[in-house]
Ligand binder design. Sequence first.
Ligand SMILES: Nc1nc2c(ncn2[C@@H]2O[C@H](COP(=O)(O)OP(=O)(O)OP(=O)(O)O)[C@@H](O)[C@H]2O)c(=O)[nH]1
Ligand SMILES: [Zn+2]
Length: 208
Amino acid sequence: MNSHARRLQAVAVAQLPGERPGRAEVEQAVRTMIRWAGDDPARDGLHDTPDRVARAFAEYFSGYAQDPTEILQKTFEEIEGYDEMIVLRGVRFESHCEHHMAPIVGRAWVAYIPQGRVVGISKLARVVDIYAKRLQIQEKMTAQIANTINDVLKPEGVGVIIKATHHCMTTRGAHKLGTDLVTSRMLGVFRDNALTRQELLGLANSDA
Ligand SMILES: Nc1nc2c(ncn2[C@@H]2O[C@H](COP(=O)(O)OP(=O)(O)OP(=O)(O)O)[C@@H](O)[C@H]2O)c(=O)[nH]1
Ligand SMILES: [Zn+2]
């Protein structure tokens, strides 16, 4: 295993209280859930389902094995003194709520005002995805994205706005179809300067 792979493994393992369960254990758990739902995991149509669910979970929760701070390490400093707002708008993401493991589908607006260096814009989208591909609540995810960008890039300020639909309250429970949740985390000048914050909120609202 190379040092990069070791580090990724360390990121994932650091968050686990015990040993990571093996594939057979996961597939058995899915069979149990199917039986609990009232169906027969041995019937033809469900035979491959535990394998599919395990692969789907590996995709839904791939963010545990990735380090968002590493993604932001490569920066560009030849920016001719550029010091205005940089806003990546409407980054679509799919996440899962940590209460019901139901989908959270939404968009993130990620803004910062650089201090001497900028990051490749795709990296901002990757940071959103790394946190989205974990069990989440929206408030925590919003704060994690903003805090990470702030800690690594040390810009003048960071603003993150997320609008998302929570399937746990649209397709079950409260059944409030059409609702979305808006959260934001403002740091540095976005927190201290009302005009800067308004400029970002205006950009986000114009794209609702
Ligand atoms: N603040 C916040 N709440 C969330 C988020 N995702 C889901 N929830 C809520 O988390 C709460 C969990 O509440 P519980 O009362 O423990 O769960 P429950 O009995 O299934 O509740 P209902 O969803 O109302 O049926 C619910 O009110 C969900 O709507 C999120 O990202 N942020
Ligand atoms: Zn939920």
